[in-house]
Design a binder for this molecule. Sequence first.
Ligand SMILES: Nc1nc2[nH]cc(C(=O)O)c2c(=O)[nH]1
Ligand code: SF4
Ligand SMILES: [Mg+2]
Length: 243
Amino acid sequence: MSTSFLINEIYPCLQGEGINLGKPSLLVRFQICNLRCVWCDTPYTHTFKSDPLNKTEPNGKQKYIRHTLESLIQNIQSQNINHLILSGGEPTLHNLGLLMRSLGKSFSAEVESNGTRIPHLQVPNFLEDDYNLMQWNISPKFSNAGEKIEPEALKHWANLSKTNHSIFFKFVVRKSEITKDISEILSLIKEYNISNDRVFLMAEGITVDSQLANIWLHDECLKYGFRYTPRLHILLFGNKRGV
Ligand SMILES: Nc1nc2[nH]cc(C(=O)O)c2c(=O)[nH]1
Ligand code: SF4
Ligand SMILES: [Mg+2]
């Protein structure tokens, strides 16, 4: 059976978060997630309340597309953008190694992952060398998301980050609970020996207001030596699909 990829949407955009903020990119959003964060901003990748069930169609036809490796590559190559954001859902539920090996060296990529999985142990055909084919933006979800971290998986990413300089950690925090969030993040990075320099803090929220007036976040980042990331697409467009 050939490998297939469940794709929710593909669109050009400027990377809105993290170390490549502002970089022209093609966002490839994979369907399915193994978590259920309370503040998830992309529930349409894995719940049946919104997308992918199209309520206007009698049989609730699903909106995501099952691509073969070949058709996904064709779609990506036709868009003339050579930097990919592989997001979701949880993209590591799909074979990203095979995808990037097949696309070849003219494409670069960064993965937006929740860090609960260990691809070379859990994804058939994901090779240890494949980690070097993309940057990894690992965003562990903890109590503020109503989720728990996967200790073995976080240990894996933390260990890999010692030798692989393209691994970053992005923690979503809330102004209303910043003391609790920071204290959990500090104990996580201590326990897993993650360097502060690899850590981004990002304010939770899908409204323009939630991304403004974040001096509190600036101050926390400066205090602990973390990096600050805004959410550019939310600042520019608010809560909108495809941006
Ligand atoms: N512009 C833009 N940049 C992004 N970076 C990560 C995104 C995501 O949804 O994971 C995202 C997104 O949805 N839009
Ligand atoms: S890991 Fe990401 S996509 Fe999955 S439920 Fe949490 S926020 Fe949503
Ligand atoms: Mg997102």
